[in-house]
Design a protein around this ligand. Sequence first.
Ligand code: GA4
Length: 333
Amino acid sequence: MVVLSQPAVDSISFIKTVKKQATTHFTGIPVIDLFDPCAKTLIVEACQEFGFFKVVNHGVPMEVVSRLETEAVNFFKLSQAEKDKAGPPNPFGYGSKRIGPNGDVGWVEYLLFSSNPDLISQSSLLSFPRNPQVFWSLVNNYVSAVRNLACEVLEMIADELKIKPRNTFSRLLKDEKSDSCFRLNHYPPCPQLQALSGRNLIGFGEHTDPQVISVVRSNNTSGLQISLKDGTWVSVPPDQYSFFIHVDDSLQVMTNGRFRSVRHRVLADDSLKSRVSMIYFGGPPLSEKIAPLSSLMEEGEESLYKEFTWCEYKKSAYKTRLGENRLGLFEKT
Ligand code: GA4
């Protein structure tokens, strides 16, 4: 019998679990090669069907990724007291188990950053235990590389949908006031508990991302699941050399529901492997109006959503629990 020490049980007893299933990796995730002449068409199809796809031949140097990953792993190895010096994560900094301001918890620790360099000076990350300047420059290099990737994908989408100008979406992320953010997540393994309960701990509960587009990269560890149109959860095969793109709520609105914002979650690993992921959330400037693009609307088609700005949506989103349907409040009845 495995005996758990009391502190381990205490600290996880409030985290939700799901019934354990054998991890069979879903083989239907679209893989888009950005050099493929059909890439634009395939991206749009993936955004409609899954709100999710994998990108290869993405042009992001692996060195930029691995240098940041090494620094992140070193940070997460520090003592709890040292890591706590970089917290709390309101709005940016280190957080552990608690996600957002409304009582959500998960088997995860993380660092949240604004991708706007001006904001960093206001955050608790200044008291970063290791050299904050080095970390900040690695984050900046990484974010600018994946922002370029996100913009390229958004421009390919605009081309395929015949939206003019082709920077209609990408300008939102390139704007100097773009309200984008970046998160490094660490999902520590929890083998004893998983074996005892026959259940999987939730690392990060199910949710959709409120922004326009998210770019995810993780080490070679499973855990990410997406929900298909029919509500079935499937496991995404890990691939440390590729990026996974998520359609977010704002892009769903701008396409008047043609694209779906993908519901996803992360389950804690029951082997001895830690999952480390890096996610760039491309968001618009706060004052930006988020509404279906008129050029996409067919004759007589009505907007499915009430009018709102990104600031209004973000404020409302941050009042919700993680798993809520945040767009529901903005749907026309
Ligand atoms: C989900 C996407 C991003 O990780 C995030 C998350 C944010 C947080 O961790 O503080 C939120 C969540 C996310 C949406 C609802 C609110 C806010 C936690 C939460 C319960 C940074 C974001 O922008 O929205």
